[in-house]
Design a protein around this ligand. Structure first.
Ligand SMILES: C[S@@+](CC[C@H](N)C(=O)[O-])C[C@H]1O[C@@H](n2cnc3c(N)ncnc32)[C@H](O)[C@@H]1O
Length: 225
């Protein structure tokens, strides 16, 4: 986050605070951590945590109040796909369940977030679509566990590619060692506005055609298949 601000990808002005939204924040350990980290670096910040559970909102709001930071952190109980919060510079989502991750990425793209830090969780959307397997890939998919991992990889690779097609420089990294969690991949995307070249669009379409799949994220942002 700091390097995105320091490199000028995210500009901070006197009037506009640095804004960050955490989709599927749950108990908000990351939300509070990001808030404290950013507040120490930049004085004007606004952090919003969204979770579908009202219980999370009540709990997190009470903690914010006790910490006397309610002026710069706020919690809402709503669906990511239905929120009407203002655009944010930075979008984060840590293990938002299944396609809630797609909702978070779609929200960030539509609202022009400049930096996305997204750690996906379970991937059921494409798993159920891997039916008509192109040969010789049945060598892999006949093993349930390998089919599941392949589905995870395809899901995240296509998310990254869709972000690239929408003008984000995107990479997938390991953000913690796998001794802490097997869900340790992070999609990191910085908005550059660079238009994709034809080769990247063609690769994306060929992948969808090969596997006869329709990623949720593509539907959410209505990217042509
Ligand atoms: C696995 S927890 C992760 C919580 C937190 N980010 C963390 O890492 O500790 C996923 C959270 O996403 C929330 N969630 C799932 N689908 C959602 C949706 N469509 N809109 C908002 N929140 C959602 C759940 O209520 C849950 O709290």
């Amino acid at each position: 986050m700091k390097s995105a601000v320091d490199s000028g990808h995210i500009s901070i002005t006197e009037t506009e605070p640095l804004s960050i939204v955490d989709h599927g924040c749950g108990n908000a350990y990351l939300t509070f951590g990001a808030h404290q980290y950013l507040r120490a670096e930049y004085h004007k910040i606004k952090v919003i945590g969204i979770d579908i559970r009202e219980q999370s909102r009540i709990r997190n709001t009470a903690i914010a109040s006790r910490l006397e930071i309610s002026d710069s952190i706020e919690f809402r109980a709503e669906k990511i796909s239905e929120t009407d919060i203002a655009p944010a510079d930075i979008t984060i989502a840590l293990h938002a369940c299944d396609t809630a991750t797609d909702d978070a990425i779609a929200w960030a793209i539509k609202n022009n977030s400049k930096l996305l830090l997204i750690a996906p969780c379970c991937h059921h959307d494409l798993q159920t679509q891997l039916v008509d397997v192109p040969e010789p890939w049945s060598i892999v998919t006949k093993h349930g566990i390998l089919k599941e991992r392949l589905g995870d990889i395809l899901t995240d690779a296509l998310r990254a590619q869709i972000l690239r097609l929408r003008g984000y420089r995107t990479e997938i990294i390991e953000f913690v060692g796998d001794e802490h969690t097997p869900r340790n991949l992070m999609i990191r995307a910085v908005k550059t506005g660079a238009l994709p070249d034809e080769t990247e669009i063609k690769r994306y379409r060929e992948m969808l055609n090969l596997w006869k799949i329709h990623p949720k994220l593509a539907k959410l942002i209505q990217i042509p298949e």
